[in-house]
Design a binder for this molecule. Structure first.
Ligand SMILES: [Zn+2]
Length: 274
């Protein structure tokens, strides 16, 4: 939890940071089941459901999940207006319609996409999930929706141990380093983006790809992760595709490294988009 306030503080001099609105239950219900939302709202999740989620229940847990989700919605609308929207939270890709898991309470990207399909004339949205863990919840939710291309690059031996089928899964070996990772972006990720021709990209810029992440099992450097972010933003800008940048995971043994790397994602976005 430390990283959220700290990233905001680190970037405060360069950004106007806005507090997101609380989304409506109607928006959230476009993805999550009424039974799950009821248990979440009233704090009646079973012990095994809380273990799966990995977080203790409190009214604040619900409030922050809703606000983080509101931030993704706000950032998506910013992106559609200006080309770039940033949420200093979000990317909670392990949440399923009927349960949370892996520190993910609500699937902010899925809720936002369903909202956009209701309110905007969009037909092709791409979720570029470069968090080290597979975006299993998002892949599950959009498994039969041809309007959403889910692309996940992740550690093939890492959590989640039961992987869902994304539109494109790129499973990588443990301890991959900068150059090999960059080659994967060039040979597999960018060609897929070119081919799908999205109208909007959600970019999950997880920094749990860094060396010494507690849950990561990759070996990227801080510079390598920033180069990754810069090349994603440059691809979007060159293609004229609006992009929504989301934090996702980051659990470095040194929390300052996590904060620096998340701040670098935003710096990279500002450098590319000016
Ligand atoms: Zn992760």
């Amino acid at each position: 939890m430390y990283k959220y306030a700290s990233v905001r503080e680190t970037l405060a001099t360069r950004l106007d940071v806005l507090d997101p609105p609380r989304p409506s239950w109607e928006q959230v219900e476009r993805v999550h089941t009424a039974a799950y939302l009821k248990k979440l709202n009233f704090g009646t999740l079973e012990p095994k459901e809380l273990r799966l989620l990995g977080l203790p229940w409190s009214p604040n847990l619900v409030e922050r999940a809703l606000r983080a989700m509101g931030g993704t919605l706000m950032a998506a609308n910013d992106a559609l207006e200006t080309g770039l929207g940033i949420n200093l939270a979000g990317g909670t890709h392990h949440a399923y319609p009927d349960h949370g898991e892996g520190f993910c309470t609500l699937n902010d990207v899925a809720i936002t996409i369903r909202d956009l399909f209701e309110t905007r004339a969009l037909n092709r949205i791409l979720v570029l999930d470069l968090d080290v863990h597979q975006g299993n919840g998002t892949a599950h939710i959009f498994g039969s929706d041809p309007r959403v291309f889910t692309l996940s690059v992740h550690g093939s031996r890492n959590y989640p141990f039961h992987k869902e089928r994304s539109s494109l899964d790129v499973g990588l070996d443990d301890w991959i380093t900068d150059n090999d990772y960059f080659a994967v972006l060039q040979t597999q990720v960018f060609p897929a983006l070119e081919a799908f021709k999205p109208e909007l990209v959600f970019y999950l810029a997880g920094v749990d790809v860094l060396a010494k992440d507690r849950f990561g099992r990759f070996s990227l450097s801080v510079e390598g992760a920033k180069a990754r972010d810069s090349s994603v933003f440059a691809w979007c800008q060159n293609a004229g595709v609006p992009v929504v940048s989301l934090m996702s995971g980051g659990y470095n043994r040194d929390p300052k490294v996590t904060v620096e790397a998340h701040a670098n994602t935003v710096r990279a976005a500002l450098e590319v988009f000016g």
